[in-house]
Design a protein around this ligand. Structure first.
Ligand SMILES: Cc1cc2nc3c(=O)[nH]c(=O)nc-3n(C[C@H](O)[C@H](O)[C@H](O)COP(=O)(O)OP(=O)(O)OC[C@H]3O[C@@H](n4cnc5c(N)ncnc54)[C@H](O)[C@@H]3O)c2cc1C
Length: 433
């Protein structure tokens, strides 16, 4: 009987340390240096943040998504889930713990597909938290359907020459290198005709046309770049993995990334629920506490149930990844988690916002940022609708069409079959049935 919902006491001690450390030392960074998580550390920020990273390293909690051969602890996805639930409360926490997206996914594919030289040049400093990276895949005219990408890489002697446009390339403005997906063979199906390149950010021909912001961010705060690649020349060894392998690599990357976002989403949703409950117990109106109003009780009960349900699904999926070590096998559940994630966060945050009244929609509470995060989660790494299609296709694979005019659940048919099975006992009772 192997089902077990308990965290082993040794790891729980670590989680308790993380919980206290994040509250005490990391969450304040979100208020002191908001939006600067992906700006390379210097001056006062370096002096404040480096000792925190050191503390995390001393605790053996640095870059826990990676195996020991890459400097991580090789904790696996289940332990990572429990850790990320805590880190999800703070924008700075993933940086302090060396496990921030998109760098984790980028590191994962370089670790999987990179040559020793590529690992030395890009992976090592990325893992040390010294540089940032960018994943440059989406194009202005196509996102959800990557087969429509047109950015082209053409071989010219010992070099590749990249031309095209990319959109929403997060953190390009502070990244040291970009992973660029481009068509290398237009004569075959895109699944075999696209490749990935590791491109240093300083390569001539890379123009960041503008950095697009989210919601009400001003243009100088934006961090999602529209990039024009014009005759960008890289050596032959800039190719990541084999020629034509871009789709296989993208699936490796996004499989892990999606579940990591889900883990952090639990932390964000839980802090919205915490704030909602505190407010419900603190605010009086029309003769009673908000906590005594049935509508508010409904908000709290629904939020709690949604969060627990979602959390168990994420933990189960993480456990399955650890068990099978094969994202493909767990694809259906990763996609289903991705589908649920924006809705769970949206619903809980909306209710928390509502319970706070005018204060809830103001810029003095974090709810509007969280609402935006919920919308982002429905798009980044692929729109919800596309993931629903994946779930449905995977579910349908487990079924066969009925071989009869009537469905197999049709009661007259089932009764006929049941009677045939117990015929010998029913000889004298048929009249009564
Ligand atoms: C905050 C943020 C960060 C991002 N960071 C990166 C990054 O670092 N690198 C990168 O390359 N990209 C990044 N993206 C882009 C992201 O991957 C795309 O937004 C996503 O793939 C959807 O593409 P699109 O925006 O072009 O939407 P479209 O492809 O235009 O789709 C628009 C809408 O159409 C509907 N739709 C699309 N396809 C289907 C379908 N098959 N069935 C039914 N409905 C459908 C959905 O409602 C969808 O939202 C980021 C996006 C966000 C929001």
């Amino acid at each position: 009987m192997a089902w077990d919902f308990e965290t082993d006491p040794e790891f729980q001690t670590k989680l308790d340390w993380v919980d206290a450390f994040v509250s005490d030392k990391v969450e304040p960074l979100d208020l002191v240096w908001p939006g600067l998580e992906f700006v390379p550390l210097e001056g006062a920020r370096r002096r404040a943040v480096e000792p925190l990273k050191e503390e995390v390293r001393r605790q053996g909690l640095w870059a826990t998504h990676l195996g020991p051969e890459l400097g991580g602890q090789g904790y696996g996805q289940l332990k990572l889930s429990l850790l990320n639930e805590i880190l999800g409360r703070s924008s700075w926490a993933p940086i302090v713990f060396g496990c921030q997206a998109p760098d984790t996914g980028n590191a994962e594919i370089i670790a999987h597909y990179g040559t020793p030289q590529q690992k030395e040049r890009y992976l090592r400093p990325l893992l040390d938290g010294e540089i940032f990276s960018c994943y440059s895949m989406t194009e202005p005219h196509a996102g959800a359907d990557p087969t429509l990408f047109t950015t082209r890489a053409v071989k010219d002697g010992e070099e590749w020459v990249i031309n095209g446009w990319k959109f929403f390339s997060s953190n390009a403005k502070t990244a040291s290198f970009l992973i660029v997906m481009a068509v290398t063979n237009p004569d075959v199906h895109p699944y075999q005709g696209m490749s990935m390149f590791l491109v240093p950010a300083a390569t001539p021909g890379i123009e960041i046309v503008r950095n697009v912001g989210l919601g009400a961010e001003s243009s100088h705060q934006g961090s999602h770049a529209l990039i024009h690649y014009e005759d960008v020349r890289v050596p032959a060894d800039a190719l990541l993995g084999g020629e034509g392998q871009a789709f296989v690599i993208a699936q490796t990357r996004l499989g892990g990334g999606r579940i990591h976002h889900a883990m952090r989403t639990i932390g964000m949703a839980r802090s919205a629920l915490d704030m909602m409950c505190e407010r419900a117990l603190s605010r009086r109106t029309q003769g009673s506490l908000l906590a005594d109003k049935q509508f508010v009780q409904g908000y709290i009960a629904d939020s709690y149930a949604q969060l627990v349900q979602f959390r168990l699904f994420v933990l189960y999926t993480a456990w399955s990844i650890d068990k099978y070590h094969d994202y493909k096998k767990v694809r259906k559940d990763i996609a289903a988690v991705k589908v649920l994630m924006p809705g769970v966060l949206h619903d809980i945050v909306w209710r928390a916002m509502q319970v706070h009244g005018a204060l809830g929609v103001s810029n003095e509470m974090p709810f509007s940022r969280m609402m935006l995060a919920a919308s982002v989660l429905g798009l980044a790494d692929g729109p919800t609708e596309v993931h629903k299609v994946t779930v449905a296709r995977q579910v349908l694979r487990q079924y066969e069409p009925s071989d009869d005019l009537w469905p197999t659940g049709h009661l007259p048919r089932r009764r006929r079959e049941a009677l045939a099975k117990y015929e010998q006992y029913l000889e004298h009772e048929v009249g009564n049935l």
